[in-house]
Design a protein around this ligand. Structure first.
Ligand SMILES: Cc1cc2nc3c(=O)[nH]c(=O)nc-3n(C[C@H](O)[C@H](O)[C@H](O)COP(=O)(O)OP(=O)(O)OC[C@H]3O[C@@H](n4cnc5c(N)ncnc54)[C@H](O)[C@@H]3O)c2cc1C
Length: 558
């Protein structure tokens, strides 16, 4: 007969096993929800509970309720237009499979692009125009670990993810008069330690930690947007407000300034706010910290695992379009879109021929796109005029391995790091003090190894003359390429956003840009628009995982 356990007796072996298993299960479920779901699914599959839908691993899906073939037009082949084609085609394949309909029978996609390339604001330039040299990003240059659509797409298409090449040549913060902070310009054995010490000495330990914690908390919320179960519960959204608030990234962040957030929520000290945090918003969104909303500021600081695609980020969008099987009409500008009794008629400059479509995915900023605005009178919700930042990007090649110390009021032999960020805080505090003439300067390695010629990218709000460039580098550049972008919205604090669907069947993908403008968030905007349509057409929901690793919206699997 078993003897009851009493204090002082050895703890029974099965009890140890029970405790260990419970702890292991708890860790598994909190750290690896997806793994836990899979384990749970396979266990229940062997039991009488097999008919239960366990989390995201659904056994039964609603079949498509309408198998009429559809035709959509996508205007713009940048991040959002390409992602719309990608998600639409994946959803169509899923619906066809559920309905037992032939492959390609449900949807026909046409993409109009006025430029002669795919990628829009994601594009590269070749030094000296020589395509045998390594290309450099002219627009969107980095994405981060948290950008799961881009990361997963890179994996799906077998594209190589690389370091975005800021070089190991140090960072300085320039206020127009002096360098306020500087790391070592060259990486040596002890430079990492010295640099950490220098950060500690100037800024203390708390501010960097607090910033990391605050940004980490926001990234956790952002991660909901990829969580199949969370999305399946939330369903598709009708407007940006709903999208942002559902994730806890709404007005609480967009209607206050980055500066207010940095001082009162992050509780970072003044030097850290004025120098480090402001330098990030100036290089990422060309905005001082007191001019940008808190979400834009936080995104500027969420640089964990910064990456790029070897050969150019645009390759992601080329691959998405190819994968979608869409018909892509390059150098074809949409002139006009008119509503029909059912659907829309699209006219392009190419041949002035028109085509009719069921729905339109408008994947470019409305007011800067040359499409006739007569459609606006049919909008049930108007698209307010959105101001975009006019950003001058100057790419150049130079034989100078770093900027000229004399331009920065330093001695001839003194080091200047390869990345120079800026702050406007000194000029704000002392009216009349010089403002930096640029937002950032960054060295991006040699044109080719051992060439002794370096590629440099400069962001500025005004054009930089040849004389100024010669001043900054102490010599004339060997090559200069200038591009002016309407780069991203001026991210002033705001509580209202453009409509995601200004009229039934017309999806406006740039509506998310005043919330935050990145390649990744534009793929999310596309996914939301696609979710609205495919729910209506084919009963397809977000986060519906087949075999636990496949869903049209890429929310399942790694
Ligand atoms: C210099 C710069 C740096 C940036 N840095 C980053 C970064 O590091 N990381 C990041 O994630 N984001 C960055 N961004 C922001 C990012 O580029 C954008 O958020 C994103 O690329 C926008 O994608 P989109 O498809 O919505 O628009 P776009 O890329 O602008 O695409 C719209 C397309 O529509 C086409 N088009 C417009 N009108 C018509 C018409 N009537 N007919 C046919 N075609 C039309 C245009 O030619 C264009 O190709 C940067 C942007 C710039 C400019």
């Amino acid at each position: 007969m078993p003897v009851p356990w009493r204090r002082g007796m050895p703890i029974p072996y099965p009890f140890y096993i029970l405790v260990v298993c419970t702890i292991a299960t708890l860790i598994l479920f909190t750290q690896q929800p997806e793994l836990a779901t899979r384990v749970a699914a396979s266990v229940t599959a062997l039991s009488p509970l097999a008919l239960i839908n366990f989390g995201q691993v659904k056994q039964e899906f609603a079949p498509p309720n309408d198998l009429r073939p559809r035709r959509v037009a996508i205007v713009g082949a940048g991040a959002s237009g390409s992602a719309a084609a990608f998600f639409l085609s994946r959803a169509a394949r899923e619906a066809e499979s559920r309905a037992g309909a032939p492959h390609g029978s449900l949807l026909d996609i046409v993409v109009y692009e006025r430029a002669d390339y795919i990628g829009g604001r994601t594009t590269v330039v070749y030094p000296h125009g020589n395509t045998s040299l390594r290309p450099v990003e002219l627009g969107a240059s980095i994405f981060v670990d948290a950008n799961l659509n881009l990361v997963k797409a890179a994996k799906l298409f077998g594209l190589e993810i690389v370091d975005p090449e800021f070089g190991g040549t140090g960072v300085a913060i320039w206020d127009g008069t002096e360098f306020l902070f500087m790391t070592s310009a060259e990486k040596g054995r002890w430079s990492g330690w010295w640099d950490s010490l220098a950060v500690l000495r100037r800024y203390g330990a708390l501010s960097p930690m607090r910033q990391r914690r605050a940004v980490g908390a926001l990234l956790k919320k952002f991660a909901h947007l990829y969580d199949a179960r969370w999305l399946a519960n939330r369903g598709s959204v009708a407007n940006v407000d709903e999208f942002a608030e559902s994730a806890g990234l709404g007005k609480v962040l967009t209607s206050r300034t980055g500066e207010d957030w940095a001082r009162n929520v992050v509780k970072a000290n003044a030097l850290w706010v004025d120098e480090i945090m402001e330098a990030s918003t100036r290089v990422n969104y060309c905005a001082d910290l007191n001019q940008i909303h808190a979400l834009g500021a936080a995104v500027s600081h969420a640089s964990g695992g910064a990456s790029a695609i070897s050969g150019g980020n645009f390759r992601l969008f080329e691959a998405m379009l190819k994968h979608s099987g869409a018909e892509v009409r390059l150098q074809t500008e949409v002139d006009a879109i008119e509503p029909l009794d059912r659907g829309f008629r699209v006219t392009s400059n190419h041949s002035h021929l028109s085509d009719d479509y069921d729905e339109i995915f408008f994947a470019a900023p409305w007011h800067t796109s040359p499409v006739s605005k007569t459609l606006s009178s049919h909008f049930t919700q108007p698209i307010p005029k959105q101001q975009y930042v006019r950003l001058h990007v100057t790419m150049l090649a130079t034989n100078a391995p770093h900027a000229d110390p004399l331009y920065f009021f330093r001695g001839p032999g003194e080091a200047v790091p390869g990345t120079i960020l800026t702050t406007g805080s000194t000029a704000r505090a002392h009216p009349g003090a010089a403002r930096p003439e640029f937002q950032s300067i960054s060295y991006h390695g040699e044109t080719y190894d051992g060439s002794g010629e370096w590629i440099v990218k400069i962001f500025s709000k005004a054009e930089l003359s040849n004389d100024l460039l010669a001043d900054i580098f102490g010599d004339n550049p060997t090559w200069v390429y200038r591009k002016v972008w309407d780069s991203y919205p001026v991210l002033h604090p705001t509580a209202s956003f453009p409509p995601m669907q200004p009229m039934q069947g017309f999806h406006y993908l740039a509506s998310l840009e005043p919330w935050v403008s990145t390649m990744e968030t534009q793929t999310l905007s596309a996914r939301e628009a696609v979710a609205r349509s495919v729910q209506r057409w084919w009963n397809l929901g977000l986060g519906e995982c087949r075999d636990a690793d496949q869903s049209w919206d890429m929310t399942c699997g790694k």
